[in-house]
Write a protein that binds this ligand. Structure first.
Ligand SMILES: [Zn+2]
Length: 69
């Protein structure tokens, strides 16, 4: 089931990690600022091998938005 935009997830504006709305502090970077306006979803499983992870400077496996508005 491909997950698309419109999911009830919010994106951390700092590291772009996608989390559930009930989460108040980003588990990745500790930021408390989130945006509901985001596009593109990338799931990073293997941070070491993922080029996307390198490009986005992602260090923790998880779901990320490609763009946060
Ligand atoms: Zn974050």
């Amino acid at each position: 089931m491909p997950r698309k935009r419109g999911l009830p997830l919010k994106a951390c504006i700092k590291c772009k990690m996608l989390v559930e709305p009930r989460i108040e502090v980003c588990p990745n970077c500790g930021s408390r600022i989130f945006s509901n306006e985001w596009t593109g979803l990338v799931i990073i499983m293997d941070v070491e091998k993922s080029l996307v992870a390198k490009k986005l400077n992602i260090k923790t496996p998880g779901m990320y938005a490609l763009k946060v508005h």
